[in-house]
Design a protein around this ligand. Structure first.
Ligand SMILES: [Zn+2]
Length: 296
């Protein structure tokens, strides 16, 4: 458009500069003064057509080319067509911009989709990784727990089967006779400790050992003898029943029988004896204290 402005300035130097914004009308009047009205109209019409043609396809420069011989056409184009031309050009530019914007939008939305897809992929991967980590942690914890439980079980089993562990032979008892007591009841002094308890009360091996005898033994009634690791035997007498057989290994607390009134007894009780090396009986009470920490 600078060419048009230049033409207008040449035509009336200083006028356009003095009155900016009134240039179009001024140019129209000036052209009318310099040309016959008919000529002006024809030229104006041609210019308008040319402008229209330019708007629909011809390049803008063909209309505004400085090589155009008739400067009046330029001026006319400016005076008659510039309004339309401006509108058409604006419309064309807008169309182009819209087209560009639309294609950009398409490209952008494509890029957005790709970005969104990538983000979704990342999220899915992160979730999967987190899930895997959680599973791994759960497995690790479960393994650790199982390990700890196995270790605890092993420790418990080791303790349970320990040769030195002791359990009280009976519960809910009261002592009715101690070791060494004399009297008419026994042919010789009392060879053990009596723990009175109701018939059927479980009787348990005091320590780990092997059952070396389980039979009816005269004045002892039903008797179980258990040989422990150091060779000491413990005897369980007057029982109502046997819970073990000869040759069986028992651990501390394993039931060997139940309280009864078999043999030489006036009431239901456990007659308990301790015989080091299967020899003569000793007082069970100090032995229980020193070997088992038990103080019945
Ligand atoms: Zn007794």
């Amino acid at each position: 458009m600078s060419q048009h402005r230049a033409a207008a300035s040449r035509d009336t130097p200083g006028n356009a500069a003095r009155k900016p914004g009134a240039g179009r009308h001024g140019a129209k009047h000036r052209v009318a003064r310099r040309n016959t009205p008919s000529s002006t109209q024809v030229v104006g019409l041609t210019a308008a057509l040319a402008a229209a043609a330019g708007a629909v396809g011809f390049s803008h420069s063909s209309l505004a080319s400085p090589t155009q011989a008739n400067s009046a056409v330029n001026v006319a184009a400016l005076s008659m067509g510039s309004g339309q031309l401006s509108d058409l050009t604006t419309a064309r530019i807008e169309r182009r911009q819209l087209a560009t914007r639309d294609s950009s939008r398409v490209e952008l939305s494509g890029a957005d989709l790709t970005k969104k897809q990538a983000a979704a992929d990342r999220t899915a991967k992160a979730r999967a990784a987190k899930l895997d980590a959680t599973r791994a942690l759960t497995t690790k914890r479960a393994t650790a727990l199982a390990k700890a439980k196995a270790a605890a079980d092993a420790a418990e089993e080791k303790l349970r089967t320990s040769a030195t562990r002791c359990e009280m032979m009976i519960s809910g008892y009261h002592i009715t006779a101690t070791f060494g007591q004399g009297g008419g009841r026994w042919a010789r002094n009392h060879t053990g400790t009596d723990f009175a308890a109701p018939i059927g009360t479980p009787i348990r091996s005091v320590m780990k050992g092997e059952v070396v005898s389980a039979e009816f033994a005269g004045a002892y009634g039903r008797q179980v003898r258990v040989r422990h690791e150091d060779g000491t035997e413990t005897w369980y007498n007057h029982m109502s029943k046997f819970s073990v057989s000869v040759g069986e290994t028992v651990y501390a607390g394993d039931q060997v029988g139940a309280v009864g009134v078999t043999g030489n007894t006036t009431g239901p009780h456990l007659h308990f004896e301790v015989r080091p090396d299967a020899g003569e009986p000793i007082d069970p009470m100090p032995w229980l204290r020193s070997h088992c920490g038990l103080n019945p």
